[in-house]
Write a protein that binds this ligand. Structure first.
Ligand code: ADP
Ligand code: MG
Length: 238
């Protein structure tokens, strides 16, 4: 549960082909980082996987099943945005409950999942606050909590830490890595930060202008970059 396969997936906006056809397989339970410079198509690729954009060509398989035309809700994936996208007028509890409420989940099950997520993310004492009364790191945890309660087969993160200051970023990086170790759920994590990619990933996908330059473990990329772009971007000696 949580294998994602892209077969010839492409995206054009009008005349512009932002993502030429690409192939990629993400294995169940992997922590995969999409890294590359601003504008290279990381968010677009993640949005295609999430179903928030339609592909211009190719197929997306989730656990072997064709999900190319499935609605975002049907894909069983949970996206965590950089902007958190929390409802300011709702308590933390209600923000986390929202997707479950929409799905018509029975209240006792909602409460059980909220308690578990709050405990895992150190949010138990903040459940009755509103997002405006939280720090940036706490808001990011709420956004992650709202993803966890859906028990998705994969988490999709789009530069989740880019609004946090440097010190907090390091802490949240560890928290997300620990969460992955605990849940063992597939995570796709988009960043333009090489350090995040090198420290968090099982597998790094280096993108440039919508193309995959190289796929490999942090060590592979560091010791055997395929080209000057990867070497320069990862910072390996060459
Ligand atoms: P990244 O996340 O790597 O910074 P994006 O995926 O946001 O890059 O964008 C990749 C390219 O696609 C950019 O050139 C961007 O301007 C373009 N793009 C993204 N979304 C749209 C859109 N809705 N309409 C037109 N062009 C878009
Ligand atoms: Mg982006």
């Amino acid at each position: 549960m949580g294998q994602i396969t892209l077969q010839g997936v492409a995206k054009r906006f009008g005349e512009v082909e932002v993502i030429p056809p690409l192939d990629l397989t993400i294995e169940d339970g992997e922590f995969v980082v999409f890294v590359g410079p601003s504008g290279c198509g990381k968010s677009t690729l993640l949005r295609l996987i999430a179903g928030l954009e339609d592909v211009s060509g190719g197929r997306i398989l989730i656990d072997g099943k064709d999900a190319t035309d499935a609605s975002p809700a049907k894909r069983g994936l949970a996206m965590v945005f950089q902007s958190y996208a929390l409802y300011p007028h709702m308590s933390v509890r209600k923000n986390i409950a929202f997707p479950m409420k929409m799905a018509g989940m029975p209240k006792p099950e909602q409460d059980r999942r909220i308690e578990a997520a709050a405990k895992a993310l150190n949010l138990t004492s903040y459940l009755d606050r509103r997002p405006g009364q939280l720090s940036g790191g706490q808001r990011q945890r709420v956004a992650i909590g709202r993803a966890i309660v859906r028990e998705p087969s994969a988490f999709l993160f789009d530069e989740p830490l880019s609004n946090l200051d440097a010190a907090l970023r390091v802490g949240m990086r560890l928290e997300i890595s620990e969460l992955h170790n605990r849940l063992k759920t597939t995570m796709i994590y988009v960043t333009h930060d090489q350090v995040e990619a090198m420290t968090m990933a099982d597998k790094i996908v280096v993108l440039q202008a919508g193309r995959i330059e190289q796929v490999g473990s942090p060590l592979d990329l560091y010791h055997a970059p395929k080209n000057v772009f990867v070497a320069g971007f990862i910072g390996s000696p060459r």
